[in-house]
Design a binder for this molecule. Structure first.
Ligand code: GLA
Ligand code: GLA
Length: 649
């Protein structure tokens, strides 16, 4: 259901309720000038559309829809339910979310609703119904945009209504209290429950909370947010079966919700992403999130629903994007599978909390660099319509899992591991090697991949362990890092020797974990050094690729490789320095027979194949000559690709 497939979309969030009808006319004129093809309309319009319960004021929105339609601009129409109006919080204070400490949050910001609140859900669904009835047949309507960034500010609510909802969710998952007690290891610290009424959210408690309870709480909270989206989607599908439905999810390093479990409910995946202009490696993180979004949709094109034309307002100091950077980063999205480039927002707000966030039209209007660069990009994307719908081939998968993320970062682990750093440490060497990857959950079908890279998969289901084992047995290759396969999905240790899920596959056992202190480094016999962590590895069939030359485990294996079935499993018991990691990844890629998209590129040049095009992105502040093209600083080349059947492009 990809309504965008014959061209690349270009546009922005459009919030006309902040402006007068004269400004709307100016907006439409400027949108045409900028080559805008699509806008997301009315994301925060609930209070304007429904000023009193059940009384709707659609006049202004009718006019805006007509203006956009007449200008040939598609509308991704918001149901408007992201920020409830003041009357809802006044009449139903129980819809306001409660935090872990029991504090009920006030209205006056946004997203101030309890995801489990039946009152909120009913009010949101009834607004969605009104919107569908009013605009379902409007020719400009191309997509429903439900809510906005679910969980961006409020990921969970600890109120009594949520507690009841949590108990129902647990009953569904475990059936009875005996199963729940077993799953939560409640014999520890006398936590056994004998009445459902005693089962609570993990509210603020004297010390460490039950980790399995925490984990189920995160799963439940993700499902509660998803249920809000699904409730609206269900009525939209019923009333407007031909209009695709989505919501915008976030490309950022926070495990807000288990997006892998949400993906099936998106007719098209929509990404909001705000790479930091001050961060010299921002484009590598961004590449990861783009790969993740493409993979969530099973390889189908997605939309970059929001990004910034220039400065972001919530990370001071707010540095503008220097000339060329918006174009470069927008092309990066297209290269990695986006069929739309859209900004928050069209016109910079005159008031409100985000007035210093950049937009396409600035406070000073359109006679400036930001608008001219955006308009030039709009014109350029219009020439690349053959890219729309194109696929991005990948022979390598990086495993990324939300339950693991939640579990790994809970308290009282042997060392302080953070998923953003851990994933980056594995993804960046692949990016530098110019190898395109998919980002997949651990239970995914891995048959398409020559190499699967597994950063620190502490929590691992039986299905995931079995899938990874079969991948290697069948001739695939694996690169896995320490502290993987330790616990089951209830955060219970897999007994009988670490790493319980992967001992046979890796051909080793780990006797003890030796986290290294801050600043402590251990040399590696293969070159370079390592820090953060050292597994005490006892090989049981694996060959030693590198041993520690110093540190607490001097002389013992640090990196191993095990031939298993028709493939190999390479294991990292530590964190090698950046160069050592790049060398090891390069070695594993060679072993797996994975070639870069383009070999021999200058550092900082990203190459991605999409459909029949090759994208070359120069992230450097100096010019380069790459793959036959001359690229200025921050420049992009989109070249025709000679068909290479081996790559399946
Ligand atoms: C204290 C407690 C124990 C245990 C240990 C280790 O001594 O009495 O129950 O928690 O700390 O943390
Ligand atoms: C998010 C939201 C937008 C806006 C931008 C910029 O992506 O969806 O409404 O707040 O961030 O901060």
């Amino acid at each position: 259901m990809n309504f965008l497939s014959d061209r690349l979309g270009f546009g922005a969030d459009y919030n006309p309720e902040q402006w007068s009808p004269e400004v709307w006319r100016d907006d439409i004129r400027l949108m045409r000038e900028a080559g805008v093809t699509i806008v997301t309309l009315g994301v925060f319009s609930w209070a304007t559309v429904e000023p009193e319960p059940g009384r709707h004021d659609f006049g202004w929105l009718d006019e805006v829809m007509d203006l956009l339609g007449a200008a040939g601009i598609d509308v991704s129409l918001a149901t408007g339910t992201a920020s409830p109006p003041s009357w809802l919080s006044r009449r139903h204070p129980e819809t306001l979310p409660v935090n872990r400490d029991g504090v009920r949050l006030s209205p006056g910001s946004r997203q101030h609703y309890c995801p489990s609140s039946p009152v909120y859900r009913e009010a949101a669904v009834s607004l969605a119904v009104q919107m569908a009835k009013r605009y379902g047949a409007h020719p400009a309507l191309k997509l429903w945009h439900v809510g906005n960034e679910y969980g961006c500010h409020v990921q969970e609510c600890y109120c009594d209504v949520s507690a009841g909802d949590f108990r129902d969710w647990l009953r569904e998952r475990y059936g009875d209290l005996d199963a729940l007690n077993a799953a939560w290891s409640t014999t520890f610290w006398s936590q056994r429950v004998t009445d459902w009424a005693d089962v609570l959210p993990p509210r603020t408690a004297p010390t460490l909370r039950n980790p399995a309870q925490e984990l189920d709480w995160r799963r439940f909270s993700s499902d509660a947010l998803l249920a809000c989206y699904r409730a609206e989607r269900a009525v939209l599908q019923e009333l407007t079966p031909d209009v695709p439905v989505t919501t915008n999810i976030m490309g950022m390093w926070e495990p807000v919700a288990d997006y892998a479990s949400w993906a099936a409910d998106f007719d098209i995946v929509a990404l909001d992403i705000y790479p930091e202009p001050k961060d010299p490696a921002a484009h590598i993180d961004a590449a990861f999130f783009h790969d993740q979004m493409r993979s969530l949709g099973g390889g189908r094109p997605y939309m970059m629903m929001e990004t910034a034309t220039s400065a972001i307002s919530y990370r001071p100091p707010n540095r503008p994007k220097r000339t060329g950077l918006n174009r470069l980063w927008s092309h990066q999205a297209v290269a990695r599978g986006a069929d739309a480039v859209m900004y928050f927002q069209w016109r910079a707000s005159a008031g409100g909390a985000e007035k210093f966030h950049s937009a396409v039209v600035s406070h000073g209007g359109s006679d400036n660099r930001i608008f001219r660069e955006a308009a030039a990009l709009g014109a350029e994307l219009a020439t690349l319509s053959d890219v729309a719908g194109g696929r991005v081939p990948a022979e390598v998968a990086v495993v990324h899992d939300y339950a693991n993320w939640w579990a790994l970062e809970l308290d009282a682990r042997p060392g302080e591991l953070r998923i953003p750093e851990r994933v980056r440490a594995h993804y960046a060497p692949l990016w530098h090697a110019n190898v395109t990857v998919d980002v997949v959950p651990p239970e995914a079908d891995l048959s398409a991949y020559k190499l699967v890279v597994v950063p620190n998969l502490y929590l691992c289901t039986d299905a995931a362990a079995d899938g990874l084992r079969r991948h290697v047995e069948g001739g695939g290759h694996l690169l896995m890092s320490f502290f993987s396969g330790i616990a089951d999905e209830c955060d219970r240790i897999r007994l009988g020797g670490y790493p319980g899920a992967f001992r046979e596959l890796l051909g080793l056992r780990v006797e003890e974990f030796w986290p290294l202190s801050d600043g402590e480094r251990a040399g590696l016999s293969s070159g370079g050094s390592a820090d953060l962590w050292a597994d005490h590895i006892v090989p049981e069939g694996a060959e030693v690729l590198a041993a520690y030359t110093g540190g607490p485990l001097a002389g013992l294996p640090a990196v191993t490789r095990h031939a298993y079935g028709a493939g190999t499993a390479t294991y990292l018991g530590t964190r090698p320095d950046e160069q050592a990691m790049r060398d090891l990844v390069a070695d594993t890629l060679r072993l797996a027979g994975v070639a870069p998209v383009v070999a021999g590129l200058p550092a900082g040049v990203e190459a991605v194949r999409r459909g029949s095009r090759l994208f070359l992105l120069n992230h450097n502040d100096h010019p380069v000559h790459a793959a036959g093209a001359d690229l200025a600083p921050l420049d992009v080349a989109v070249l025709p690709l000679r068909h290479d059947p081996a790559k399946g492009a």
